[in-house]
Design a protein around this ligand. Structure first.
Ligand SMILES: Cc1ncc(COP(=O)(O)O)c(C=O)c1O
Length: 381
């Protein structure tokens, strides 16, 4: 077996049609969308198509979609934007203990500026308590920011219930959702679910890196992070990443249209079930950290007594790519804040690996991975 890529929560392989279209745009449609001539107009048309494709998938208006450099920037823009624009209404913000670093670290930075932040606890599955959230919302709370699908565990926060809950308690509290791991995997309907701001990123859905979007509900004012030429209606200055925006189009168009009767990526669900069934047969002692009803693509496993990093490298030796945790943190020594928040014992945290699937994985690849995993585990015990 040549290569089995099971690190799709870190990033995905771009689709051939993404690469093809980006190459065409880089070589032929290299105009600046702000230019008045034909090349500029052609570039602007590509941006319009991209905005429309994303808006259609999310069920929102194209005018509510803003391009950014990715999930990290969208999260920063949403959180800092709301906090500073509405600081006269209040300086209290709410998030959870299991957010992505681009959210947690943004809130920490805001605390240093004098904002008060409530970090909600989670249960063993990584889910917040709706009662705890309800009790935390105050008249001066301007923002609740929560992850939809957790990138380390795959747990799914019920954001469809959380939006209405927040608005019932304080209709002036904005709701931001980090949808980077949920977009394209499960149903996500910001407008129906009273979500005001939503972060998505192209490289998690077989699009290019360095391009993301922020859904911002019409009528919400937001102070920009970047000042300059006033692109993206003044919200995000800087010449647009047109090849990236172009590459977003085939990636988005390749996603299924989820509905309330078919809310999950069924092919991924089948692969995940197949993986878990084979794992339980072959290595029944494995600790599975991901909730059964979690996202269709993320499986967190612990092998207490083993080191996750060692397992990652020994599997790599067999051509299998997995990770220990969130890609941006896997090179530092600190234990995962997500796994700590769900009270996983330290030896379980150290022995954790994350398998993340894509629609292109095959059952044979899973068979091969489980067989190699079993061989490696036997070597260690
Ligand atoms: C849940 C979540 N939010 C945000 C991000 C950051 O996205 P980007 O890599 O596009 O900056 C990631 C990436 O791993 C993620 O998993």
């Amino acid at each position: 077996m040549k290569e089995v890529y099971l690190d799709n929560s870190a990033t995905t392989r771009p689709l051939p049609e993404v690469v093809e279209y980006m190459t065409e745009v880089l070589t032929e449609n290299y105009g600046n969308p702000s230019s008045l001539h034909n090349k500029g107009l052609a570039a602007e048309r590509i941006m319009k198509r991209a905005r429309k494709a994303i808006a259609r998938k999310l069920g929102v208006n194209p005018g509510e979609v803003y391009f950014t450099s990715g999930g990290t920037e969208s999260n920063n823009l949403a959180i800092k934007g709301v906090a500073s624009t509405y600081k006269n209404r209040g300086r209290h913000l709410i998030t959870s203990k299991v957010e992505h670093a681009s959210v947690i670290d943004t809130f920490t930075a805001l605390e240093e500026e004098g904002y008060e932040v409530t970090y909600l606890n989670t249960d063993k599955k990584g889910l917040i308590s709706l009662d705890e959230l309800a009790n935390a919302i105050r008249p001066e709370t301007t923002l609740v920011s929560l992850i939809h699908v957790n990138n380390e565990l795959g747990s799914i926060n019920p954001v469809e219930k959380i939006g209405p809950l927040i608005k019932n308690i304080n209709r002036n509290t904005f709701f931001h959702v980090d949808g980077v791991q949920s977009f394209g995997k499960i149903l996500l309907k910001p407008a129906d679910w009273q979500i005001d701001l939503l972060t998505i990123s192209a490289h998690k859905i077989h699009g290019p890196k360095g391009i993301g979007a922020l859904y911002l509900k019409k009528g919400i004012e937001l102070k920009p992070l970047l000042h300059g030429g006033g692109q993206e209606k003044g919200l995000r200055s800087g010449t647009e990443n047109l090849p990236g925006i172009a590459g977003f189009i085939p990636a988005v168009e390749s996603l299924p249209d989820f509905t309330s009767t078919s809310p999950r990526y069924e092919k991924l669900d089948r692969l995940r079930d197949y993986f878990l069934n084979r794992l339980k047969e072959t290595l029944p002692e494995t600790v599975i950290n991901s909730p059964e009803e979690g996202a269709p693509h993320i499986i967190s496993l612990s092998f207490p007594g083993l080191k996750g990093e060692i397992l990652v490298h020994s599997l790599e030796g067999e051509g299998i790519y997995v990770s220990t945790r969130s890609a941006c943190h896997s090179r530092n020594d600190q234990k995962s804040h997500v796994l700590k928040a769900i009270n996983l014992p330290p030896e379980y945290i150290d022995g954790t690996i994350r398998i993340s699937l894509s629609r292109f994985n095959k059952e044979e690849e899973i068979d091969y991975t489980i067989a190699k995993l079993a061989e490696q585990i036997k070597l260690f015990f």
